[in-house]
Design a binder for this molecule. Structure first.
Ligand code: PNS
Length: 159
């Protein structure tokens, strides 16, 4: 069985993330979305909330799961029997950092391959930080995050 992990902060999940998850779910037998529970970062949404939001918008994808993790990504991948890490690339700005992480992860676990998917051009400008800022100013989030979680995000971001 080909299992991939798709890691990130997902604070919160956006339509750009969901597009990558949907495309990856067609390529792999199972995709495990890994939500980093990093105590050094100060997320707006708790890890449990981020996992729930992901589950709420991926219910139509039978081979997608979501779970939080702390510690190393390669260990999380190993626990889930995954030997592929999926990453989405939006712009060339993403590349350098992602390239570094891919090489580091390859050094940590030689069996684990990082595979990059280019973002859908419709979503290349979307980021979770932009979503939080927009939500904080009561901006329109239609088309930017899945509609079923807009209200929750707005309430949580102060609107
Ligand atoms: O959405 P993000 O914040 O860009 O995701 C970053 C993430 C979670 C993929 C990265 O920070 C990560 O893999 N963290 C786990 C710790 C780890 O394995 N570090 C070594 C590789 S950088």
């Amino acid at each position: 069985m080909r299992v991939a992990v798709y890691p990130g902060s997902f604070d919160p999940i956006t339509n750009g993330h969901l597009d990558i998850i949907e495309r990856a779910s067609k390529i792999f037998d199972k995709v495990v979305v890994g939500v980093l529970n990093n105590k050094n970062k100060k997320p707006q949404f708790t890890a449990a909330e981020r996992v729930s939001l992901i589950r709420a918008v991926t219910g139509h994808l039978e081979n997608v799961e979501a779970a939080s993790f702390d510690g190393l990504l390669v260990d999380f991948a190993g626990r889930h029997g995954a030997n592929v890490i999926i990453k989405g690339l939006r712009t060339v700005n993403d590349f350098e950092y992602e390239f570094q992480m891919a090489l580091l992860n390859k050094t940590l676990s030689d069996d684990c391959e990082t595979m990059f998917m280019m973002t859908n051009s419709k979503y290349s400008y979307i980021s979770s930080s932009m979503v939080k800022e927009l939500a904080g100013y009561n901006g329109n989030l239609e088309g930017i995050v899945p509609s079923e979680i807009i209200q929750y995000i707005k309430e949580k971001c102060g609107q």
